[in-house]
Design a protein around this ligand. Structure first.
Ligand code: AMP
Ligand code: MG
Length: 347
């Protein structure tokens, strides 16, 4: 298959072309503010199957359904509690996915066999224009091959999926850079299933108590049942094994410097790079005091290691506050939760 690269900035037909492909049941890479999505008509079983095939995604890993207007939530959710309305009114359009009981219009293949559906209203103008023009809600997981770091540019999408999908719409680099926050409102207490662009603190400001799923902090066994099936799979990983070194930037830089061998790589803060110069392959992902920048850059930095021949990667990691919770979760997942915590024992 020849994958078309569409440029809405210079081609006035680009959005209509993408929408027409989607209506015909094709799959298309689209920009959103979080990461690039691999979109299909959420109600078209064959089209949704194509997403799983192109990504190599396990069938029990549900897809998020993207809408262009808040009212569309009522077309696909069987129940919309007051908390969902309050969250949607506060943080949509934006990087937050709400899990609710699903209506029948959403096929089981889209929800990974669950009776619930993840719904998101993205803020990216191109994403919303494509959903509107297609006239159907769009199922769209991250547009990467399953297991690899998510894609934050159209070029990343081409690296992973060229020849496997009908088109990619180039909307430039993503402004948030990590995937949406996933919050379930299906149980007695709201449950954070994945940290993302909307922080836990922001959710708590609207909801009060929020339970944080165990899978955010530790590795989940393949045989366990989890609330968000995606969380049990190896994710975001470059080819070389990753070790996270957690501590202050100075602490972790000193520790990592002492470990470096012949083919080591370091994923580090911009302001720590000089510690490793000449001793390792260095990929930086933003200043140590700017978690927003780290979120934008972390996947690109992880991907760049795959163009090198490093045999091991040491990674610095921000504290788990604000969007830092999402950044540290992605880095820890890339490491399969192999974490050396230098703060242990500190008071
Ligand atoms: P991705 O689209 O690659 O960002 O992955 C979407 C993730 O959202 C999945 O891996 C799940 O963890 C989560 N998710 C989507 N829909 C549901 C749902 N109905 N119930 C629980 N988690 C969901
Ligand atoms: Mg993904």
């Amino acid at each position: 298959m020849n994958t078309q690269l569409l440029h809405p900035a210079s081609d006035p037909e680009a959005i209509a072309t993408a929408a027409e492909l989607l209506r015909r049941g094709e799959i298309v890479g689209i920009p959103t503010e979080t990461v690039y999505g691999l979109a299909a008509d959420a109600c078209n079983v064959d089209a949704v199957h194509r997403i799983f095939a192109a990504k190599g995604r396990p069938q029990d890993n549900p897809l998020i359904v993207h809408i262009a207007d808040l009212e569309q939530m009522y077309d696909i959710a069987a129940v919309v509690p007051d908390e969902a309305k309050a969250l949607a009114e506060t943080y949509w359009p934006g990087p937050m996915t709400i899990i609710l009981p699903k209506k029948e219009i959403i096929p089981m293949v889209t929800s990974g066999g669950l009776n619930t559906v993840g719904i998101r209203l993205p803020s990216h103008p191109i994403a919303r224009a494509i959903i509107r023009a297609a006239g159907v809600p769009l199922a769209a997981p991250s547009a990467n091959r399953s297991g690899r770091p998510s894609t934050t540019t159209a070029q990343h999408v081409m690296e992973d999926l060229d020849g496997k999908i009908a088109a990619v719409v180039d909307g430039g680099p993503c402004s948030v850079g990590v995937e949406s926050t996933v919050i379930s409102l299906c149980g007695p207490v709201p449950r954070l299933l994945r940290p993302g662009g909307i922080s836990l603190e922001q959710l708590e400001a609207v909801l009060g108590d929020v339970t944080v799923d165990r899978a955010l902090r530790e590795k989940i066994d393949d045989t366990e049942t989890v609330s968000a099936p995606g969380m049990k799979y190896r994710h975001y990983a470059p080819k070389a094994p990753v070790t996270v070194v957690f501590g202050s930037p100075e602490q972790s830089a000193a520790y990592i410097s002492a470990q470096l061998g012949e083919n080591s790589g370091v994923l580090c803060f911009d302001d720590c790079a000089s510690h490793f110069a000449g001793h390792a392959v260095i990929e930086t992902f933003g200043r140590s005091d700017d978690e927003t920048e780290q979120a934008r850059e972390v996947f690109d930095a992880l991907r760049r290691f795959d163009t090198t021949d490093v045999a091991e990667i040491y990674a610095q990691c921000p504290p788990s506050t604000g969007i830092g919770l999402a950044v540290s979760n992605r880095i820890k997942k890339a490491a399969g939760f192999h974490v050396i915590d230098l703060t242990e024992g500190e008071t």
